[in-house]
Design a binder for this molecule. Structure first.
Ligand code: KG4
Ligand code: ZN
Length: 342
């Protein structure tokens, strides 16, 4: 019998039904993008209210599309860390209600580890452990030494903004919409990445796996509106905007790539697993694939739909259920990143 996975860490309300054999019978994602677009970023209070409205219809739809009844659910899985407090609580409450009613086990899972597990869902045993894990999303940009689906050791990552967050803020600076990643990617197609010199902080540091994106964002901001320029300076349009978008995207990709290469060289891992919303970026995907060919390592990326937030990646909970684990109804959320709970 399958498990029901619930995901409400940020601004997507998602539910999925996944069999023990890791077959995804249904995966429903209700995006809140339109609700947050006006603010060009996620507003936590709006997110939690929207989760409350959507969570039951989304779960109903997942169960219906899976062709089962609620009594066909063997266990409930829910993302409990990291995320927005109010958002996480909605998913947890729904999960507990269902687990208690059906009298089935409930297990919490780590959203970031689940982003990497999306690779396992897509590529199966080709994800050989230990591997390097890269998670680049709106909330996280980290490199891990991954010894198993649940065994992640953080090597480094951003010391300020996440890559997706930088894309979102850069899009706002350029007068583009939210979420910023796809908007920048679209604008960049008409632009020249070599048109501007933007910083790649920490790229040359061969001792650390850390990255930084906030200075890059500020550099873009000053190109658009130099210090001292009037506050109502209009955002660029047309070709100038496309050039800035292309230069920005290239700088983010270069920064990430340098540290992935460093991680491969220093650890000797032969596989790189990638996940998170920014992994939907075509330039990043192509550049990572090139890097893999150059270094002779397998770089595995999930299909686009499994990169951005979804509940199918909650299949990672099977790894805990198969060990006989059950968190019971005392399960709680951990909004901050805390990898000790496993
Ligand atoms: O994984 P995700 O859906 O949510 C978090 O866990 O944060 O990632 C969302 C982030 C947003 O910042 C969005 O701008 C970025 O992923 N993103 C992209 C692309 N598609 C989504 N960034 C760059 N290029 C894309 N094509
Ligand atoms: Zn995510």
């Amino acid at each position: 019998m399958p498990l029901l996975a619930i995901e409400t860490t940020c601004d997507e309300t998602a539910a999925a039904v996944v069999t023990r054999g890791r077959e995804v019978l249904a995966s429903i994602v209700a995006s809140q993008e339109r609700l947050h677009a006006k603010w060009r970023g996620v507003v936590p209070e709006i997110a939690s209210r929207a989760h409350v409205e959507r969570i039951i219809p989304v779960i109903d739809e997942a169960v219906r599309r899976a062709g089962i009844t609620p009594h066909g659910i063997e266990a409930v899985a829910v993302a409990v860390t990291p995320g927005l407090v109010g958002s996480l609580l909605v998913g947890l409450s729904a999960a507990k209600g269902i687990a208690a009613t059906l009298r089935v086990p409930i297990v919490g899972y780590d959203h970031v580890a689940a982003h990497l597990y999306a690779c396992r869902l897509a590529h199966g045993e080709a994800v050989r452990y230990p591997c390097i894990g890269l998670v680049a999303s709106g909330g996280h940009t980290s490199l891990f030494l991954v010894r198993g689906p649940l065994e992640l050791e953080r090597l480094g990552g951003t010391i300020d903004d996440a890559a997706g967050e930088a894309f979102d803020k850069a899009a706002a600076i350029l007068g583009l919409g939210y979420p910023g990643g796809p908007e920048i990617e679209r604008a960049a197609r008409e632009g020249d990445a070599a048109s501007h010199r933007l910083p790649r902080p920490l790229r040359a540091d061969r001792e650390r796996f850390d990255m930084s994106f906030s200075g890059l964002k500020t550099a873009l901001r000053y190109l658009v509106r130099p210090p001292g320029a009037p506050a109502d300076t209009p955002a660029p349009t047309g070709r100038p905007r496309a050039d800035l978008a292309a230069a920005f995207q290239q700088a983010v990709v270069d920064s990430i790539l340098a540290k992935v290469e460093l991680a491969v060289v220093k650890t000797g891992c032969r596989t790189v697993a990638v996940g998170g919303g920014v992994a939907a970026n075509t330039l990043l995907r192509e550049s990572l694939a090139d890097l893999g060919r150059r270094l002779g390592v397998a770089v595995l990326m999930p299909p686009m739909a499994l990169c951005t937030d979804n509940a199918a990646m909650g299949a990672i909970a099977w790894e805990r259920l198969e060990r006989g684990e059950d968190d019971g109804l005392d399960l709680d959320i951990r909004p901050g990143t805390d990898r000790a709970w496993r």
